[in-house]
Design a protein. Sequence first.
Length: 281
Amino acid sequence: MLSSDTVRALTECVIAADADADQMGWGQRPTLLLVHDRLPTPARPNQRHAMRSLEFPLHPDDLLADSAGLPALLHRLAAALTQPTETSPYQATLDTIIDRIHVSAPDARLVAWAACYDDTHTRGGQPRQARRVDAVDADGRVYQLTHPRGEDHPLVLVDDTPNPHDLPATYPGLVALLAATAHHIQTKTASEAPPPWRSGLRTEPEEPIFGVWGPDGASIRCRICGAVDEIAHDEMPSMAGYGEDTYTRCTRCGSVETTDPVFGWRAKPATWPPTPEPDQP
């Protein structure tokens, strides 16, 4: 579950997206934003989350070719992320999204997808041009920014329990993109996962830390320090809001393997043999 600080930072990110679009002027192409934050590291546990948004401007011809416009395009992008095809007209955008996801994945988490686009806003029965920024975060929370043309400040709504009757038209597509992105990270990580354990200690940085051991494969051996059946394992519902997180740690050397629905498999090998402490005077 996202913290209140993360929700606040994401709200600021949505407002910043509108401000950036305002500087570009009206009539710009719709833009998708993949929002992630960089988590504190063990060395700096108290550092603030650094939220980033990766922008993907969409070609206007893609929208004009579809009578349903942006909402349908979001679904097509999500479908292409789930099942990539070489013939997809959005392949360059998809390749960029995938590349940026994997560059960020080791120490970041997926927070939200957002869409910034021009629309019509009706107030007092009169239609006006307006810019909208819609976002859906990993908890299903909905962010709606409306900036009527000619007004200095946008209207921002953050809804923890969105009403189905008040959802923006982009909501289903953004939810689909979130699911497709998380699925792709998990699937890609699994497809790039190291080969099955083999004899000998761990030699490559991307190989598993733990492997089966013994004549019948009933034991588990740490490939960092060689300890057998000296592990602590835990499973719990994921903080992503779906699936499970797993945690496996060698109690001898401290090496860790984790999995989660967003970033898939990750390994944190310990230094072995441990670095000797300097002699005390």
